[in-house]
Design a protein around this ligand. Structure first.
Ligand code: SAM
Length: 291
């Protein structure tokens, strides 16, 4: 049997791995907070890897970042000030800045070395968004940054490492943190967080969902398959006033047009399809729950 000599084993869960053929390793080091690698996969192209978990890859990052950003952004009628916590590659920032309503996009990431690696090796991800005059990048623990913010942002996007991943992001999935996010949002504000995998990390996901539900009056879940992750990535929206389900595909498409948002994956139909796609759960979880 011909073994591939040069592969990366990515854990999908504690019992499942993705074997991914590597072409190059460009960076492989430890920062103060996590292990950081920039690699080229044969299948997925350039990718950022933190603590052995692929954060995003060139060939499918548009699916992840457009799904993460646009449902919340489009659901708010006039997102002027937006906060991103995490988002090291700069692709979340790129998607936010596509909305011409945005006057200020603040991106807070704890790890300076991730941003530096992104600027040097991930230009296809950030596409110059770090240099946009509306963008402000702050190197800081998002938990500290949010503490004293009050009604400053219409949209807050949490693009963090997984809730079951490295210690540094775990407390940014807590009820206390979501209460601070709630306070930092305008009275009609909306928050979205990436939430890992409801299939492979059921208990952790359930806890994150309950924490958002404990703080926000309107809570929606959605998920989308991300090939380089090996699972359907979950997202959770917490909203103070606007419900993304209230928009028709035609209304979404007209807002996209009015704001000049160019996308590859997201559209009015995608908006509705994502919100109506069932959440990927194990059968053992569903049996007895689904009426
Ligand atoms: N797309 C990825 C995913 O779905 O797993 C996440 C993108 S991004 C690379 C995750 C970022 O969260 C990293 O750059 C990491 O440095 C940042 N991060 C982790 N904990 C943080 C914290 N407490 N405050 C701010 N940023 C944090």
């Amino acid at each position: 049997m011909k073994l591939k000599p040069f592969v990366m084993l990515q854990p999908v869960s504690s019992r499942t791995w993705l074997i991914m053929e590597l072409k190059n390793i460009i960076v492989d080091k430890k920062t103060r907070y996590q292990s950081l690698a920039v690699v080229d996969f044969r299948e997925y192209g350039r990718a950022l890897v933190l603590d052995d978990l692929v954060q995003s890859s060139e060939e499918d990052e548009h699916i992840y970042h457009e799904s993460l950003v646009h449902i919340a952004m489009i659901s708010h009628p006039n997102p002027r000030r937006v906060l991103i916590i995490g988002g090291g590659e700069g692709a979340t920032l790129r998607e936010v800045l596509k909305h011409k309503t945005v006057e200020k996009a603040v991106m807070v990431d704890i790890d300076r070395e991730v941003i530096e690696a992104a600027k040097k090796y991930l230009d296809k991800f950030h596409q110059g968004s770090f240099e946009d005059p509306r963008a402000e990048v702050i190197i800081m623990d998002g938990r500290e940054y949010i503490r004293n913010k009050v009604k400053e942002f219409q949209v807050i996007i949490l693009d963090l490492t997984d809730p079951y991943g490295p210690e540094i992001s775990r407390s940014l999935y807590s009820k206390e943190f979501y209460s601070n996010v709630y306070r930092a949002l305008s009275d009609d504000g909306i928050m979205v967080t990436q939430a890992g995998s409801s299939f492979y990390f059921e208990e952790v996901y359930n806890e994150v969902l309950e924490n958002v539900k404990a703080v926000f009056p309107i809570v929606l879940e959605y998920n989308v398959w991300i090939p380089c992750f090996g699972y359907a990535c979950n997202f959770i929206i917490g909203s103070k006033k606007y419900n993304p389900l209230d928009l028709s595909p035609q209304e979404v498409d007209s807002i996209i047009r009015d704001r000049g948002v160019k996308t590859l994956f997201y559209s009015g139909k995608t908006h509705i399809a994502l919100l109506y796609t069932p959440i990927f759960r194990r059968k053992s979880y569903l049996v007895g729950k689904v009426s």
